[in-house]
Design a protein around this ligand. Sequence first.
Ligand code: PNS
Length: 162
Amino acid sequence: MLTAIYPGSFDPITNGHLDVIGRASRLADRLIVGVLLNANKNPLFDIEERVEMTREAVRPYPNIEVRHFDGLLVEFAERERARIIVRGIRAISDYEFELQMALMNRRLKPDLETVFLMASENHSFVSSRIIKEVARLGGDVRDMVPPQVEARLRARFQRSEN
Ligand code: PNS
């Protein structure tokens, strides 16, 4: 039984994340989506909201569980008996940081492998950061996030539907 972990801040989950999740769920027997509790990026949504939105978005997948975690990713992976960390790569600009993380995680736990999955080109420009900015300024992000995320973004930024 192959367990993989897809970690992230998911502030909030986007269709780009979901694209990678769909691919990873076909590769692993069990996929844990790990939502980082202590995202030191001053998240827009608190951990309960991020977990809730992520759970709702992955409901169609029977082999996916959503958990929050704090501390080192490699320790979370060990607790969950995961052998693989999945990360999505959108563009070459993602690579440097991802390589740094993957090599650090390998140093910390050599038998845990990081696997990079290419997000669909339709989502290559989508990031949680840019979605929050567009939503905050009243732009339409409906094609880029699940419906319940779009609703929460709208509520958070108090924009009425038009
Ligand atoms: O969605 P993000 O913000 O790009 O995800 C980053 C994440 C959560 C994968 C990364 O920050 C992480 O693993 N944090 C946990 C702490 C840790 O293990 N740090 C060392 C890894 S280099």
